[in-house]
Structures are given as structure tokens and as C-alpha cells.
Write a protein that binds this ligand. Structure first.
Ligand code: NAD
Length: 371
């Protein structure tokens, strides 16, 4: 049964049972705590109420198990707006000054960090110290060292750390992974990953090295790195990379516009990828193997993802990625469910190690070994 409809029916009954409580108070109380059809709800506070945080909040409206119960923001007007829009009680709203008191709030299980990349490290560690599980957006941090510190802090605090890798739950992607695992494609030989868009406003944080950690590679190129790993099913052992910059005014030192990179895998498979902030609609994965092929285009956008293999079109249905992701993450956090492709902090660090190596290869002009 639809959990939200179920809840609304209960809400109507509560208003009759508790006439002195405002419907809003009952609503937030009940909605936060009522069991879902799949078990207890995952109660989520979003930190950083920007464009992606909003997308996650909207997607969670259709979740069976994950529920938005709190917010963390430095902008009071945004908090008020979100309170009205998502029915969030005052006691579950935090500024960055009051955030640490979230440790005393039993209505929040997990903090979902959707702030700019450069803030993930400190935000995640703060949430862990407050005893909350954490979901952190990609890229998990600015480099592997930071990422590892986050993993260690969450382990020490005995909380789970997940990275918002929504593609790890996408049905067409998972079908290709299944075919590869079941041997239907044979030996994997080659992967091509193309990830890019033309970035606008030159003043945005994505083009500010301190907040972004780099340029297109941190933001969009990471999809090709991550995709190469889950499509091929191995960890790369070497990297080579070359940078092209056509607009040094817009893309300052340390902010990459376009990087081409190659990855070598233990089986002998290779990947050839492009990450760019200077070409639109670049979102394509292609996997070549001895017995067949698989392609996805678009491969990582918000969907619908389109794809085909040597056997024909992929027809798995589209469901809003963040809705599936948040319900699956509820199972991972609350029930210890294991995803097909990991989404834990260690997985985030694996990608960051490749990004570190790519930047090193760009600056040295040499192949970087990853073993
Ligand atoms: P955004 O600029 O729209 O939102 C960032 C939010 O952080 C804003 O609300 C801003 O007010 C807040 N913030 C807090 N401290 C800030 C500071 N010091 N400077 C600037 N902003 C500050 O960005 P976004 O597109 O929502 O991206 C946020 C994160 O989500 C990034 O890490 C990004 O990589 C990730 N993201 C992931 C996906 C995905 O598909 N998984 C898609 C888009 C963005």
C-alpha cells in the first residue's frame, strides 16, 4: 500500500483523536514516526538547501521508507520555506551554529550533506560526531586523504557513511552489471566514458577551487571514473591523463576545463574517458566485450536513462533516481542491506584516489601506477 496515503488516512484519524494539537504538529509527529510497510522509516535531515538538496527532497515525497524530517541551513528564509513546503517542525531545523545539538534529536537518523564539495569533509565529520549516520554527495571530498579521514571519523563514531551514488541503483545500469557478472558479455575489453556539459556563470562555486576542489573532473568526470569501475567490474591499476584549456579566464589554475584520461585494469581491459565543462550533452558509456557490447546514452543524467546491448534495447522502467536511492539507502542503513555496487565511504575514497592520480598525471605528464 502507498505509505503516504496510509499516513494521510491516519492523520485524519489523529485530528479527531487529539483536537488540541494543530494538524501540522500531529502531522509531523506521526509522519516522522509511523512505521512504513517495509519497516521503520529512515528520517533524513538535508544539509545545504540548494538545487540538489531540493531535488532529493522532492524525490523523497514518493519514497516508501525515507522521510524528510529535518533541515540544516545558513539561510533562515530557506528554512521557513522548506518548513512550509515539507511540513518540518521547528525543533528539527538547524543553522550551522546550532547544528551540533542535533545529537539530542531522536527524530533524525541521518544527515544528507548536499553542500559544495569543499565543505563535505567538515560537515560529514560534524554529523558523525553528533552520532548521526551520514549520506554525502559526490565527490565525497576534495582528495583521498580527506575522504579517508571522513571514513575513519564515521567508523570511530559508529555511524554509517554513504555517498550519493544514485546510478548504483539505476535499473538499466544494474542490468548491464548483471549481464557482465553472469558472463553474458564474455571478457570485458574496453570502456568509453564521456561526461560533460557547458558550465555557465563563471562566479559559481563549481569554478572556485577552494569550494570545488578542481573543475569538471570533480563534478562530472567522476561519473566516468565511477562508471568505468562498475561497468568493467575491476579496480584500475594505472592512469594517464591530459588536460586541454581553451578559456583560462573562466577556468583558473587548478580548475580543469577538459581532461582526457585512460585507465588500465588488471585483466588487460582499458578505459578511455573525457571529462569537460565545455561541451554540452556529453553523457555516454560504451562497454565492449568479447561476446557483446552495452551502451548507455544518456548514461548518468536524471533520466530516463536509455541503453541497449547486443541483445537489444534495455527496457527496465525509469523511476526517479533519488527516490530509489533513498529507499535503498534506508535498507542499507537500517537493515544492513548490501547494494549490488557499494555506496559506502570506502567506495567514495576509491574514486578520489583515481582523481588524485589523474591530476598527478596531468601535472607530471606521466603514467601514474595505482598499485
Ligand atoms: P548549489 O549551489 O545549488 O547548493 C549548495 C547549497 O549549499 C546552497 O544551498 C548553499 O547555500 C549551501 N552552502 C552552504 N555553505 C556554502 C558556502 N560556503 N558556499 C556556497 N554554498 C554554500 O549546489 P548543488 O548543485 O546543489 O550541489 C551540491 C552538492 O551536490 C555538490 O557536492 C554536488 O557535486 C552534488 N550534486 C550531486 C548530484 C548528483 O546527481 N548526485 C547532482 C548535482 C549536485
Amino acid at each position: 500500500m502507498n505509505s503516504r496515503r496510509n499516513f494521510l488516512q491516519k492523520l485524519a484519524a489523529s485530528v479527531i483523536a487529539f483536537p488540541l494539537l494543530s494538524p501540522e504538529a500531529i502531522s509531523s509527529m506521526e509522519y516522522a514516526d509511523t512505521k512504513t510497510d517495509d519497516g521503520p522509516p529512515l528520517r533524513v535531515a538535508i544539509m545545504g538547501l540548494g538545487s540538489y538538496g531540493t531535488r532529493v527532497a522532492e524525490a523523497m515525497k514518493d519514497c516508501k521508507r525515507a522521510r524528510l524530517t529535518g533541515v540544516v541551513s545558513g539561510t533562515p528564509a530557506k528554512i521557513t520555506n522548506w518548513q512550509t513546503k515539507y511540513n518540518i517542525p521547528e525543533k528539527n531545523c538547524y543553522s550551522y551554529e546550532t547544528f551540533d545539538t542535533i545529537k539530542d534529536n531522536p527524530e533524525i537518523d541521518v544527515v544528507y550533506v548536499t553542500t559544495p564539495n569543499g565543505l563535505h569533509h567538515d560537515n560529514v565529520i560534524r554529523a558523525a560526531k553528533a552520532g548521526k549516520h551520514v549520506i554525502c554527495e559526490k565527490p565525497m571530498a576534495l582528495n583521498a586523504k580527506e575522504g579517508q579521514e571522513m571514513v575513519d571519523a564515521c567508523k570511530k563514531a559508529n555511524v554509517k557513511l554513504l555517498v550519493g551514488y544514485r546510478m548504483h541503483f539505476e535499473p538499466k545500469t544494474l542490468e548491464i552489471i548483471r549481464m557482465r557478472k553472469d558472463g553474458e558479455l564474455g571478457k570485458i575489453l574496453f570502456f568509453q566514458g564521456l561526461s560533460g556539459f557547458t558550465i555557465g556563470d563563471p562566479t559559481q562555486w563549481r569554478l572556485n577551487k577552494a569550494l570545488s576542489g578542481g573543475g569538471s573532473m570533480m563534478d562530472i568526470g567522476i561519473y566516468s571514473i565511477n562508471g568505468a569501475r562498475y561497468m568493467i567490474g575491476e579496480e584500475p591499476i594505472w592512469v594517464t591523463a591530459e588536460e586541454t584549456k581553451t578559456n583560462p579566464q573562466k577556468f583558473k589554475p587548478g580548475v580543469d576545463e577538459t581532461i582526457q584520461f585512460q585507465l588500465g585494469f588488471p585483466s588487460g581491459a582499458v578505459a578511455s574517458c573525457l571529462s569537460t565543462y565545455n561541451m554540452n550533452n556529453l553523457d555516454r558509456f560504451f562497454l565492449n566485450a568479447e561476446k557483446g557490447f552495452a551502451e548507455l546514452q544518456p548514461a548518468t543524467g536524471y533520466g530516463p536513462i536509455k541503453g541497449r546491448t547486443n541483445k537489444g534495447e534495455l527496457t527496465q522502467p525509469h523511476i526517479t533516481h533519488q527516490t530509489v536511492q533513498m529507499d535503498e539507502m534506508a535498507g542499507i542503513i537500517l537493515d544492513g542491506k548490501q547494494p549490488v555496487v557499494p555506496v559506502d565511504g570506502e567506495e567514495g575514497v576509491r574514486d578520489l584516489k583515481k582523481i588524485d592520480a589523474i591530476y598527478k598525471s596531468v601535472s607530471t605528464g606521466k603514467r601514474v601506477e595505482l598499485r
